[in-house]
Write a protein that binds this ligand. Structure first.
Ligand SMILES: Nc1ncnc2c1ncn2[C@@H]1O[C@H](COP(=O)(O)OP(=O)(O)OP(=O)(O)O)[C@@H](O)[C@H]1O
Length: 761
């Protein structure tokens, strides 16, 4: 094509360039093409030409022109040969080009023809290709369709195979099942018969249970009614008894005054009687004197008459005799006066004596009357007291019946007042108390994140409730420890919610005493009263704390060796009694002694300042009073236990911001409280395994929680808005505990020799 464009010829410059820069590195000129030329068979390669062109002419003598001219000539000669070779080559190339041009032309023609032919053929082929493509696409579509059909068919086949296999398996299992079902059907038929039988019996049992239940319900209602009446009667009786006691005391006072009066009167009477005796003696003496004087006068008169008879006697003698007679008469008359006076005195004294006899008689009759009234009153008092005792017994029985019906765990809720330390939004009321008939005193409502949560417990104490009011509701439970029951009262709640306040109260403030001191006072008072019924009690106290899951003896004088291994090991015996080895147990005789021990324990207890509470209890405090009683009349023996527990408060690590020791304490507290809830829920669900051993607290309280004791949980709640989440958690936990039926309280009483050992539960 290039050749055609240049008319088949190339200029010599171009040929030279071909020699210099052509693709072929060597241009060889054949011998035929050089025939007859000067260069003969000389061949030039590209390198030759290039070296020739770049050759520098060198002479031996730089300044010899001849030599330079010769070498130039030589060089020109070589150049000429080269040029000639080029020219020949060019001619040959031109010839060849011409030839090639012709050939090219014919080839182009042929090519054009061929192109025409080819285009025709191409068109033909294109149409064929198009046809083929169409066919191909159709075939591809068909193929794809066939493929998809095939895969679908394969899938269906595999599915069918699987279905067949499963159907076969199903068939065999159905066969087996059928056989089994036939067997079962037979046994089921038998079972149906027996179940029908049982169903009938169960229906009968159910109806009897329903009847029994309704009877129990009505009995419970009646019992509640009776209990209320008994309570009312008790109050009236107590009032009556106190009135009678008042009356009796005033009568006793009167009686004493009368006795004193009588004694005084008797004394006066004795004095008067002795005076009368003296007077009588005086009178007698005076009478004797008078008689003597009278006989003297008589003698003298006789003598006077004798002397008168003698008339011969001297007148002096007569005068003497007359004067002595006169003096005797004067003495006589003065003595008569004296006698008269004495008689008057005697009559006055006798009338006085008579009067005093009358008043003594009156006093004696008054005294007798008073005595009678007093003995009447004593009888009435004894009657009232025996009625009161009977009422008390009935009330206890009813109280125990209610507990038996309800289960041994009861829950009270106490909401403490808002304190100035409480942070957060305290304008909106977080805790409220329903005023409906059924909710009053038993319901509590908590507002959290705008949602109201309602709870109901056995008793709910509002922030204004006093320590005394709280104790009043607990006193019956405390009392049953003296009757031989195991009693456990524990305070649960968030840190700073008022547990220690409820259990211990404010030290030094008499009105703010908590449940523990009040319970002890009541127990010791009742002990005094029961002594009249011949009951003799012995009491022992122990106090411990569980700090970081380690028991510490709060009454030990040597608290440093609490970590000795094997010390304070908890053991339960088969009777449900618990012992803590090496724990200090102190015999106590008065509530004053216990108060002293309580103060000692409070000082030894682990308390620390936290973000949430200035005086936060960092441990669980367990106070135990073991009571052992015997009735000397009947020989009956009782063994009661009173456990009063102030738990450490739960707290959120994020909120308490505890670090170091406080953080460790908080972690232990939270862990043991969560163990407590796990145990309670396991008991509630009646699970086979109850994880009592997961913490020292739950293991120690095992008999109280899972056994036959009377247990009361006081859930303490803070009304602060910032504590709403924690309060909700505590109330939810308490509600679940309230719904638990854990066991039935059992009284520990016997007529045998009491086991000397005492225990927690
Ligand atoms: N009913 C109440 N009336 C008046 N003040 C109360 C009442 N309850 C609690 N408080 C006061 O609230 C504060 C915290 O109470 P307390 O120490 O009893 O809480 P706590 O639940 O025992 O806390 P922690 O678990 O941290 O030991 C105390 O200052 C206490 O006096």
């Amino acid at each position: 094509m290039v050749g055609a464009a240049n008319g088949g010829r190339m200029p010599p410059r171009q040929i030279f360039s071909v020699v210099n820069g052509g693709q072929d590195p060597v241009i060889r000129v054949g011998p035929t093409s050089n025939a007859g030329s000067d260069c003969g068979a000389i061949e030039f390669t590209r390198e030759d030409v290039e070296s020739l062109l770049h050759e520098k002419i060198r002479t031996k003598n730089k300044f010899s022109l001849k030599e330079k001219c010769d070498s130039m000539m030589e060089y020109i000669k070589r150049l000429r040969i080269c040029i000639k070779w080029f020219q020949e080559l060019e001619e040959n190339l031109l010839l060849e080009q011409e030839k090639n041009g012709k050939m090219l032309e014919s080839a182009i023609n042929r090519c054009n023809d061929m192109e025409l032919l080819m285009s025709e053929k191409e068109e033909e082929l294109n149409s064929v290709i198009m046809e083929l493509r169409r066919n191909y696409t159709a075939l591809q579509e068909k193929f794809a369709k066939e493929e998809s059909d095939k895969s679908a068919a394969m899938e269906t086949l595999t599915k069918e195979k699987e279905a067949r296999l499963s159907a076969e398996r199903l068939q065999t299992s159905i066969k087996e099942e059928l056989e089994r079902a036939q067997r079962e059907s037979k046994s089921a038929n038998q079972k149906i018969l027996s179940l029908n039988d049982m169903y009938k019996r169960l229906q009968e049992y159910n109806t009897s249970l329903q009847q029994y239940n309704s009877k129990l319900q009505s009995e419970l209602n009646q019992t509640n009614e009776i209990l209320k009446n008994v309570e009312k009667e008790k109050v009236a009786m107590l009032e009556n008894v106190s009135n009678l006691r008042g009356h009796c005391t005033s009568l006793q006072d009167q009686l004493n005054a009368t006795k004193e009066n009588t004694n005084e009167t008797l004394k006066q009477k004795d004095e008067l009687a002795s005076e009368v005796g003296h007077l009588r003696m005086d009178l007698q003496q005076v009478r004797d004197d008078r008689d003597r004087q009278l006989s003297k006068v008589e003698d003298l008169s006789k003598e006077v008459s004798k002397y008168k008879e003698w008339s011969g006697k001297s007148s002096d003698e007569i005068e003497n005799l007359t004067s002595s007679l006169l003096s005797s008469q004067a003495i006589c008359s003065s003595q008569s006066d004296q006698i008269k006076k004495l008689q008057q005195k005697l009559t006055a004294t006798e009338s006085k004596l008579e009067m005093s006899d009358v008043s003594a008689f009156e006093i004696r009759t008054g005294y007798e009357e008073q005595k009678k009234i007093n003995s009447d009153l004593q009888l009435r008092l004894a009657e009232a007291e025996s009625k009161h005792y009977e009422g008390e017994l009935l009330r206890k029985k009813l109280h125990n019946t209610i507990l038996e019906l309800k289960g041994n765990i009861r829950v009270f809720c106490r909401v403490r007042p808002l304190l100035c330390d409480d942070d957060g939004d305290n304008e909106t009321k977080t805790v409220s108390f329903p005023t409906t008939t059924e909710g009053l005193g038993r319901g509590v409502e908590l507002l959290q994140n705008g949602k109201k949560h309602s709870f109901s417990f056995d008793n709910v104490f509002v922030p204004e409730s006093t320590q005394e009011e709280v104790f009043e509701e607990v006193s019956q439970l405390v009392q049953s420890a003296l009757d031989g029951y195991k009693v456990c009262i524990f305070a649960y709640g968030q840190t700073g919610s008022g547990k220690t306040h409820t259990m211990m109260g404010t030290p030094g403030n008499h009105d703010e005493k908590g449940l523990i001191p009040r319970s002890l006072e009541q127990i010791f008072e009742s002990r005094e009263t029961l002594q009249n019924q011949e009951w003799k009690y012995e009491m022992q106290v122990s106090m411990l704390e569980i700090y970081n899951d380690t028991i510490r003896d709060l009454l030990s004088t040597n608290r440093n060796c609490s970590n000795e291994s094997g010390k304070y090991a908890i053991k339960h015996d088969p009777n449900g009694n618990t012992h803590v080895s090496d724990l200090t147990i102190v015999d106590v005789r008065s509530s004053r002694e216990v108060s002293f021990l309580l103060n000692r324990a409070a000082q030894a207890r682990s308390v620390g300042k936290t973000q949430m509470n200035e005086q936060s209890s960092r441990s669980h405090f367990v106070f135990t009073l073991r009571i052992s009683g015997v009735n000397e009349n009947t020989g009956q023996q009782v063994k009661g236990v009173l456990n009063l527990i102030d738990l450490a408060g739960s707290e959120r690590l994020s909120k308490s911001e505890s670090t170091g020791v406080r953080l460790t304490e908080t972690q232990y507290i939270n862990k043991s409280l969560s163990c407590l809830s796990t145990v309670i829920f396991a008991l509630a669900k009646k699970e086979e395994h109850v994880p009592f051993r997961n913490s020292k607290l739950t293991y120690l309280l095992q008999p109280c929680l899972g056994g036959d004791s009377k247990t009361l949980m006081v859930v303490n709640v803070s009304p602060a808005a910032s504590s709403a989440n924690e309060s909700l958690c505590s109330l939810r936990f308490a509600a679940r505990v309230n719904a638990c039926e854990i066991g039935t309280p059992r009284r520990q009483t016997s007529f045998r020799q009491v086991d000397g050992r005492l225990s927690y539960g």
